[in-house]
Design a protein around this ligand. Structure first.
Ligand code: ADP
Ligand code: MG
Length: 246
């Protein structure tokens, strides 16, 4: 795909925690509309890559570009950039002391993106989309894990992000709730959202990913289409990984 279609670009990313170099010269990019799934063993740096994309983690060296802008430049207003990147975590991270509606409207209101009326209308639209409008006035504690995660997704969508980052969004869920969350993510993918998804759901990766990245030993060891990665893996580390998860 053409360079000027690139939404996020990672250039020579190095991330060390003390003397533990977790990412060692990672370069990649995600094009607008592309769905990228990131696989790899536990501790291989998958979360760190995602968190560097929105600077929740500061790269030790290397650059991250969002829509052509170097967001690792100290002059860049990262809070402004982060508004364009929604993130969904394994453990939902909903605000427990706020209703579902407030969880969703908070950021669009705080940032001035929407008026109260607009934010309420958007929250209603999003909640209907995930079949949870009846929970608008409920508190997170009263929801199932699957419901919480669907709310976390629409809360991120309320900011109308250009990129969605998912860090193992179904890993904390009981098995019977995984499907409802993956379905919301598939709909989002069908709608054309640009997505980077860390997941162990291989069915999702096969079905949704345009490109799969396999992380190991601090690098992206292999990348390709789902067919390349699942049916023709080259690196022995990837073959070993797949033999355990498939
Ligand atoms: P993954 O998501 O693939 O399981 P992570 O990106 O969470 O891997 O972590 C990669 C490595 O970085 C692990 O060794 C982890 O212990 C380490 N690490 C991650 N975050 C921190 C942190 N904030 N401080 C110190 N070490 C960290
Ligand atoms: Mg992780």
């Amino acid at each position: 795909m053409s360079e000027n279609n690139t939404l996020i670009k990672i250039e020579h990313l190095v991330k060390a925690f003390g003397d533990n170099t977790v990412l060692n010269d990672v370069s990649n990019h995600i094009d607008a509309g592309e769905k990228v799934v990131i696989l790899g063993p536990s501790g291989s740096g998958k979360s760190t890559i995602l968190r560097c994309m929105n600077l929740l983690e500061m790269p030790t060296s290397g650059k991250i570009f969002f829509d052509g802008q170097d967001i690792t430049d100290p002059a860049c207003d990262i809070n402004k950039i982060r508004q364009h990147m929604g993130m969904v975590f394994q453990h939902f991270n909903l605000f427990p002391n706020m209703t579902v509606r407030k969880n969703i409207t908070l950021a669009p209101l705080r940032t001035g993106l929407m008026t109260q009326e607009e934010a309420d209308a958007e929250a209603e639209k999003l909640l209907r989309r995930v079949d949870l409008y009846d929970k608008a006035d409920a508190y997170p504690a009263s929801l199932s894990g699957g419901q919480k995660q669907r709310i976390a997704i629409v809360r991120a969508l309320a900011m109308r992000p250009r990129l969605m980052l998912f860090d193992e969004p179904t890993s904390a869920l009981d098995p019977e709730m995984v499907g409802e969350v993956l379905n919301v993510m598939k709909e989002l993918a069908d709608d054309g959202m640009t997505m980077a998804v860390v997941t162990h759901e291989m069915g999702f990766a096969r079905e949704v990913a345009d490109r799969v990245l396999f992380c190991a030993d601090g690098i992206i060891m292999e990348e390709g289409t789902p067919d390349d990665i699942f049916n023709h893996p080259k690196a022995p580390r990837l073959q070993e990984f797949l033999s355990k998860v498939l």
